[in-house]
Design a protein around this ligand. Sequence first.
Ligand code: CTP
Length: 409
Amino acid sequence: MSSSSLQGKRVVLVVTGGIAAYKTCEVVRRLRDHGVEVRIAMTTAATRFVAPLTFAALSGQPVVTSLFEGGSPEEIPHVRWAEWADMLCVAPATADFVAKMAHGVADDFASTLSLANAAPTLVAPAMEDDMYRHPAVQRNIATLTGDGVAIVGPATGSLASGRTGPGRMSEPDEIVAAALRVLRHGVIAADLEGQHVVITAGPTYEALDPVRGFTNRSSGRMGFELAREARWRGARVTLVAGPTSLVPPAGVRYQPVRSAGEMHEAVRSVAADAEVAIMCAAVCDFTPAEPADAKLKKGARDRIDIPMVRTADILASLGTSAERPFLVGFAAESSGLREHAVEKMECKNCDMIVGNLIGGADVGMGGHENEVVILDRQGGEQQVGRSSKADVATRIWNAIARFREQASR
Ligand code: CTP
């Protein structure tokens, strides 16, 4: 991911009193790796978990823990800090701090700063599962979402008490990815709240025998980023993915599959109630007609012909379903991009198609970046220049939101 566009961006990080505060150290380090400047405010409780000196050393800035620290009265540090910030991030956010933010309580430096802040805000809750499930906490989180605050996590896993459940602070990777997203594109709209989104990703693997098979270079990254962005926007996400080495984004329902046939079955079983389906997978079009049960021996032959049969077209079959979701396809082409993409959109009955040219190191299939054109069935066209797949995912969801909003008028 290119860090240049984030050079000099400024994040105020509020650390509140949870055991997960130690993971926030890593968040600071990684944000700084991207060229982001970080200032840290800690609640008194947070200082019981990690020493302010640790955060001062990691951020290269003094850490503030009290409203009445050092500065002269005219400085009003909470206001200065709020003005300085391009973004406010609270990690970990305890149930208490979430409640303060939701109700506008300002009784220490961290909460006063949060109230003075007008920049986009990201909150990573961390608490025990029974606290997280409590209606009061759920209400407070819903209030924050309604106020335009982006919530990342919490994840489900082992908690400080030794129990397992939802409430664990998201991993640093996830928090940093969300923070970079907010810094690059601003507030995350909760425009998919309550909707079910189905995404396919990665390659498929078509077995020839127990050890060999046909596949392609797709890494799955584009589909995983689409799933991550959809989750941040509030969707319930099902991610059906062929073999990949990627870690699924937090909070999505992950369904790993292998072959085109398995992918088709998985999509069929989950797509009925989907509002949006994005078919991003590079599905093998053919599969060996008769995969061998035992490893094929080369014997004396000097060539081999392998009969292959067509796989089902998952996208096209969704396109003909009665309760068709808003349908987005991908078209990877080596030439004639626009023309082939439009043709695929029409014959597979999609609402939108994302086309990209294959080729170029680290761009498109298998790479970290992508360069695409987004076409819709109303004739709309948007070019997205070479950018990280996370950025491209944000733009695709923006285009989907715009199109659906116009269509509903
Ligand atoms: N697709 C699918 N099932 C298949 C083949 C493709 O769902 N069996 C979907 C892909 O996920 C993508 C779109 O169809 O969204 C276009 O895929 P692509 O491989 O570019 O096109 P094909 O239809 O396979 O045509 P061709 O390989 O001839 O370019």
